[in-house]
Write a new protein. Structure first.
Length: 169
């Protein structure tokens, strides 16, 4: 039988891998393909910076519990992150699909951190609980921002496409 503390450690490691693999490494791949969409590029850069800070805080939580992150590969998170990064890579409407996928993934992360906070509470780990609560607020802010970008990005994409300009990047 798995103890609550073991679940907490597993989920902390999963969250750390998610931030390292999906949010940082995969998202950085998007930046070079957004020269005609500076507001989305800025959002992605802000997202990477937030994910780096979040990964650092999660790493501290893992270390406080005696865990280590040096051997974490996060294969599932890496695969998911790579799929998310290439969702629209070969599509003409990559920029629109990227914004939509980023919005959806923010909500996945919100769910993960809400669950992780609850597990931390159940284990009496108020420090990790607070970290997760802060991350939920950060993820919600990022989700709200990217949701606000979708209409203008879509409009600009359609206008560029209709004008015969390269709309995808």
């Amino acid at each position: 039988m798995t103890t609550p503390q073991e679940h907490l450690m597993t989920w902390l490691r999963d969250a750390y891998a998610m931030e390292r693999q999906q949010a940082i490494e995969s998202t950085e791949k998007q930046i070079s393909r957004m020269q005609n969409y500076p507001e989305l590029r800025q959002w992605v850069e802000d997202h990477v910076a937030a994910s780096e800070r979040q990964a650092d805080r999660l790493k501290e939580c893992i270390h406080r519990h005696g865990g280590d992150t040096s051997t974490l590969k996060g294969l599932a998170a890496k695969v998911m992150g790579n799929v998310q990064a290439i969702t629209g890579f070969f599509a003409d409407d990559e920029v629109v699909k990227t914004a939509i996928a980023d919005y959806a993934f923010k909500h996945y992360e919100i769910g993960c951190y809400t669950s992780l906070k609850t597990a931390a509470d159940a284990c009496g780990d108020m420090t990790t609980s607070q970290v997760c609560e802060e991350i939920v607020r950060e993820e919600q802010s990022l989700a709200d921002r990217v949701a606000g970008l979708v209409p203008s990005l879509t409009r600009r994409f359609v206008e560029r496409e209709a004008a015969g300009e390269k709309a995808a990047t």
